[in-house]
Design a protein around this ligand. Structure first.
Ligand SMILES: Nc1ncnc2c1ncn2[C@@H]1O[C@H](COP(=O)(O)OP(=O)(O)OP(=O)(O)O)[C@@H](O)[C@H]1O
Ligand SMILES: [Mg+2]
Length: 308
């Protein structure tokens, strides 16, 4: 199990297929190294979830890729261009949902989206109609009923939906989402997941998102990167990560009205033996594999416990 050092994720992709290409990215604030050599790549249409504890450097990484923050060192290329030097046509291909919300309080929702959308019209291509028609956009983010409300009057979840709408109004080919679903109710969360699937399946949008909701990461991401103390400590699909951490499954059942719980590495043979012994007396059997949350906690804890 490799939990120490820097994992280079996706760097085996051919260069022309890399929408994002990051090598040995470092960021120092004062005397503190927040990113200590991060390398990864993303290909077109891929959804990558960047996970990690508070302060791990997720927002810093994303803002460097968006061209909003200057890095200390390392090579960064997005659509083959360094974001720090990129111009307007590049920016029009990139959608951004920031973690902290910028105020547009006096605007009404539809007017604001219409206004922002006009900027993108000149960047329409034969393949990509820009901007996203406002009424369709309001519909996909679930803001139709709030279209004429002032932004300042929206609820927290509605504001976040508006942030998502602002991020995609230009039909970006690459979308950065920094904790997009904070404040979403369960229905809004599910609609958002459907929207991301639509963006990636139909429009082959590449997505880099951060979240603290590990179910969300599992549902959305093709690949998960875990950032901790300035380095990528794990990279792979949710299944691949859980296989790296030798996990125990939890088995629950009832017998004669009594509830039992047992943890086993080999769940199948345990259950087989259980039925051999007690057969028809077993009811309410449940087997739960190691969740992404268990895996994540293990990886972060093991990394912190290692001497690196
Ligand atoms: N402008 C800044 N000046 C100095 N330090 C900063 C600045 N921005 C971020 N930091 C520090 O860099 C570290 C990483 O911050 P960052 O916001 O990237 O973390 P994060 O992974 O996004 O965390 P969270 O999950 O809380 O959003 C933190 O220790 C933070 O205090
Ligand atoms: Mg952050």
């Amino acid at each position: 199990m490799t939990l120490t050092g820097t994992l280079e994720s996706g760097t085996d992709l051919p260069p022309d297929e890399r929408v994002i290409d990051v090598r040995d990215l470092r960021m120092r604030y004062g005397t503190k190294d927040v990113l200590a050599g991060v390398s990864f790549a993303a290909r077109r249409g891929e959804v990558i979830a960047l996970l990690g504890p508070n302060g791990a450097g997720k927002t810093t990484t994303i803002e460097i890729l968006e061209g909003f923050r200057m890095r200390s060192s390392g090579e960064v290329s997005v659509f083959g261009v360094d974001p720090a030097a990129a111009g307007e046509p590049w920016r029009a291909r990139v959608g951004v949902v920031l973690q902290s919300w910028r105020d547009h309080g006096k605007w009404r929702v539809r007017e604001l989206l219409h206004h922002l959308g006009t900027y993108y019209a000149r960047y329409a291509t034969p393949a990509i109609a820009r901007p996203w028609p406002v009424d369709d956009l309001l519909d996909v983010v679930g803001l139709t009923a709030a279209a004429d409300s002032r932004v300042a009057r929206l609820s927290g979840g509605q504001r976040r939906r508006l942030d998502v709408a602002i991020g995609i109004v230009g039909r970006p080919e690459l979308l950065f989402l920094d904790e997009p679903t904070v404040g979403f109710d369960p229905a809004a969360r599910r609609e958002f997941h459907d929207l991301v699937h639509r963006l990636t399946d139909v429009d082959t949008t590449t997505v880099l998102l951060t979240t603290h909701d590990l179910d969300e990461a599992e549902k959305l991401a093709d690949r998960i990167l875990i950032l901790n103390e300035g380095r990528i400590i794990a990279n792979g699909s949710a299944d691949e990560l859980s296989r790296q951490v030798a996990g125990e499954s939890e088995i629950r059942w009832t017998r004669d009205g009594q509830r039992f719980v047992h943890s086993a590495v080999e769940a199948t043979s345990f259950v087989r033996e259980l039925f051999r012994q007690y057969g028809d007396d077993i009811a309410d059997l449940e087997v739960r594999r190691t969740s992404l949350e268990d895996t994540y906690m293990r990886m972060v804890r093991d990394f912190e416990g290692s001497d690196r």
